[in-house]
Design a protein. Sequence first.
Length: 158
Amino acid sequence: MKYPRIWIAAHGGPRMVAGATETPPGILAVLANYDDDWQVQLMVAGNPSTPSKVLAQLSLLDDEDVQQQVASHPNTPAEVLRRLAQNRDYLVRSAVADNPNTPVDVLELLAEDAEWWSRWGVAVNPKTPVELLKRLAQNDEEVNVRDAARKSMKERQA
């Protein structure tokens, strides 16, 4: 697109366009860098139409809200989820744990996370292997994690 800022202005401005599912991927890429506006970047990170390449770019920002949104996005590449699983913010790690696209080896690491929110995310993730769910259901110190793992196991048996 030759004049993306004109297109953005004509369609309601950056915040309106960032959240619209019909926004073209090229415009979302422009908005990911739009005047370093974290709110626009957050909306781009949550837009279901955002391409994986743009999500990878947004994951590098030093904004935990944006990183958390990227970590929960279904288009986020596995290598980005691997990196975000090491994030200092437990909410980012728990969003990775809850993402159904997170690789099993990352779920195994997050099952040992010090924060129970991350372990809970592993317990509710549909990709978590049953053996890992059993371990969480029997051994986790947090009742919320044990209960979530037990519920996930029951749902899979049904």
